[in-house]
Design a protein around this ligand. Structure first.
Ligand code: ZN
Length: 274
């Protein structure tokens, strides 16, 4: 009996040891701020060890994005991810690069010529930063967070294909998972569903809440606790998207009602600013 108890105790210790290891977050909370920049994306992620930005809003949002970063005492970004080159994602990136030191920039592996992209390229050159154009998936750890960035599988998605070229980021903080789905549309959602591993606590809802044929299946696979939609008062998210997210059990948060702040302690996510 004593031997059995001893073995049980050892088994318990082994289990808790494992749990502590997998929840190693550098002992720090992670904050995700979904900025209220209208129908555009700008998401700041930070803890005591790192700061990262996913997209930078429209051209006119650049200064507000910089202000939001500085307001949190952040003077340097370890990482900036440009999901794709539409103006509501890359637009403010030049302002960020001009005013904040950015160590690493990741962008999708396709070319686009537009005023916003030219300004972004000029700002990269002026800052002496070479963006890495991703053509295959990458994974790395930064400040106790696991980043897994997923690139599009196809080279061609027909018209309006840039959205489907979006870099999709899975962020793991201890046991808490975030999924940032860029502007992925139906064809890309099909790929993501195929690849699996979507289950997440927090979802940045793709494409400003546009409803797609596979949206409901995608939301069910992610089954997020919180779903954040970057829409604007002038260009609302689709009502079907909100219903489908709620049906998947998510609390839906709209940046058109103000910035959304979600904090992870590595075990669970909570809303910091409803
Ligand atoms: Zn967009």
């Amino acid at each position: 009996m004593k031997k059995l108890l001893c073995m049980l105790l050892l088994a318990c210790l082994a289990l808790t040891g494992c749990a502590a290891e997998s929840a190693d977050t550098g002992g720090d909370e992670l904050t995700a701020v979904f900025l209220d920049v209208g129908k555009a994306d700008a998401i700041l992620l930070y803890n005591g060890e790192m700061a990262a930005l996913i997209d930078a809003g429209e051209n006119d949002d650049g200064d507000a994005v910089v202000e939001a970063i500085r307001a949190r005492g952040i003077e340097r970004l370890d990482l900036m991810i440009i999901t794709h080159f539409d103006k509501d994602h890359v637009g403010g990136a030049d302002k960020v690069l001009e005013q904040i030191e950015v160590a690493r920039v990741l962008e999708p592996g396709y070319e686009k010529d537009s005023k916003q992209v030219r300004q972004y390229r000029e700002a990269l050159a002026a800052a002496g930063v070479e963006a890495e154009a991703l053509t295959e998936n990458v994974e790395f750890t930064l400040g106790g967070c696991g980043f897994a960035i997923d690139v599009a599988n196809a080279d061609d998605y027909g018209s309006d294909e840039e959205n489907d070229f979006s870099l999709v980021t899975r962020l793991t903080h201890g046991g808490v998972r975030f999924l940032f789905a860029g502007d992925a549309e139906n064809a890309r959602l099909a790929e993501l569903l195929d690849e699996g591993d979507l289950d997440s606590d927090v979802l940045k809802v793709p494409h400003h809440g546009r409803y797609e044929r596979l949206s409901a299946a995608f939301f069910a696979a992610v089954s997020p606790q919180y779903a954040v939609v970057a829409s604007s008062q002038d260009d609302l998210e689709d009502a079907e998207t909100v219903y489908a997210l709620q049906a998947a059990g998510a609390q839906v948060l709209l940046t058109r009602n103000g910035a959304v702040e979600i904090v992870s302690d590595g075990e669970s996510a909570r809303l910091a600013r409803p």
